[in-house]
Write a protein that binds this ligand. Structure first.
Ligand SMILES: Cc1ncc(COP(=O)(O)O)c(C=O)c1O
Length: 437
């Protein structure tokens, strides 16, 4: 039997103690969790927000603050996994929603807002000439991939280990038996030579390449520009369509990461904050491809959806993109994210810890390793128990983020909030340094 490294014994003991404190601090969330378990499997309807031993229940949000059932206050550094970029109850979003309520919902018809919202999206993202709305990022990816298969008449989709494109496009770890039944080829992220080898026997059958320009869920792992240009060239050579999943990354620059890298996909999928905090997804791209959805054509693709143009999302999304998250604001938020990541990385380096913050702009992820991280396999080398301990320590200090180590900033956060996060990480570094071995 392997004897655990002494440092690991300490980490486990520290983690057990931290979990115990978490239980003691949150009796009402625990009771709520038990009640939820009677009607939902594991008390959960959204896998990403499950936390062991039990998740906290949030009862209120305002600006960049959240409050849980037991009365603790948090600075919201998760921003609903990037969808909550405007903070909670932003006045302009509130009044957009109020305006929608005043004029009535569910028309079963076109409304006056959807075309303006679509135009704002086309203007903003360089490769999107025409766009259609869905209700989630998952659905946007389903439509984009299905369209690519129908247009090319080919079956296969190249995706990447560690990729996440929605509940039926899960390529983290060992993937998911619930994935949509497409014929997937799995490539290694940021390793173009390996990708070419995977694709070589299937070039004639390749319909699409679906890629996040930065893998968000797997730990904010940016794609190297050369990797994206390689994929662009591969799509051109094979006749496959290049699809950028910018559901998360579109917030990282005024025109998304496609603008930053100057690599234009054939189709782009969007979601999250673009809907102003309401349920949202969209897919768009080259006009000659998207025109296949023009219902005036005799051979038009069918794409229905009761809530595709719902007025709550259309109004909130339009106001958010044009009045709040203007190109200037996008640049400013991402600059403050770069600044914060720099401060955090300086801090952990100063303490000599095997720990680092990856990401771009307003999205960050913590990894308990100081090795370079270019793909899921690298991220898996981080110490998962230390990351859990980091979670409980920071939650105990009033910092809200994802247990898997993800942070996303909102426009509601202030300088003081960034200082609070830096202080909390400083305290973690000081009190837990010895556990890093
Ligand atoms: C890159 C990416 N694509 C797609 C999705 C799915 O979006 P939704 O949760 O709206 O279905 C997500 C959600 O986290 C995502 O991060």
């Amino acid at each position: 039997m392997n004897t655990p490294h002494p440092a690991n014994i300490d980490i486990r003991a520290a983690l057990a103690e931290a979990e115990e404190r978490y239980r003691e601090r949150n009796p009402l969330s625990l009771a709520q969790h038990r009640e939820a378990c009677t009607a939902m499997p594991g008390g959960n309807t959204r896998s990403a927000i499950h936390v062991d031993p039990f998740p906290l229940t949030i009862v209120r949000g305002e600006g960049a603050r959240l409050w849980d059932l037991d009365g603790h206050e948090y600075v919201d550094f998760l921003s609903e996994f990037t969808a909550g970029i405007y903070g909670h109850s932003h006045p302009a979003i509130r009044s957009a929603i109020q305006g929608a309520l005043d004029e009535g919902l569910n028309f079963g018809a076109r409304n006056t807002i959807e075309a303006r919202f679509a135009a704002a999206i086309c203007e903003r993202f360089p490769s999107i000439e025409l766009v259609r709305f869905t209700n989630s990022g998952t659905e946007a990816n389903l439509m984009a991939v299905s369209a690519a298969r129908a247009i090319t008449g080919r079956p296969k989709i190249l995706v990447f280990t560690g990729g996440y494109h929605g509940g039926v496009f899960y390529f983290r770890g060992h993937g998911s038996p619930l994935n949509a039944p497409f014929e997937f080829l799995l490539g290694r992220y940021n390793d173009f030579a390996a990708v070419e080898t995977v694709v070589r026997p299937h070039r004639e059958a390749l319909a699409a390449i679906l890629v996040e320009p930065m893998q968000g869920t797997t730990g904010c792992i940016p794609a190297e520009r050369s990797f994206l240009t390689g994929l662009r060239a591969l799509a051109n050579e094979t006749g496959a369509l290049l699809i950028f999943d910018e559901v998360m990354t579109s917030r990282l620059a005024p025109g998304g990461l496609q603008e930053v890298h100057g690599v234009l996909p054939d189709l782009t999928t969007l979601g999250k904050y673009v809907g102003g905090g309401m349920s949202f997804g969209a897919f768009g791209g080259r006009a000659d491809l998207m025109e296949r959805f023009d219902p005036r054509r005799p051979d038009a693709f069918q794409h229905a959806g009761t809530f595709n143009n719902n007025v709550l999302t259309m109004r909130a999304g339009l106001v958010g993109l044009t009045q709040i998250y203007t190109p200037e604001r996008a640049s400013a938020l991402n600059a403050s994210g770069d600044d914060l990541r720099g401060r955090l990385n300086d801090l952990v380096r100063r303490h000599g810890l095997a720990m680092r913050f990856t990401g771009l702009g307003s999205m960050l992820a913590v990894h308990m390793t100081d090795a370079a991280i270019g793909c899921q396999e690298d991220a898996e080398k981080g110490n998962a128990e230390l990351r859990d301990l980091f979670y409980f320590d920071l939650i105990g200090r009033g910092i809200w983020f994802a247990k898997r180590g993800m942070f996303a900033m909102s426009t509601a956060l202030g300088e003081d909030d960034a200082d609070k996060l830096v202080e909390a990480v400083e305290e973690f570094a000081q009190t837990r340094a010895r556990l890093f071995g």
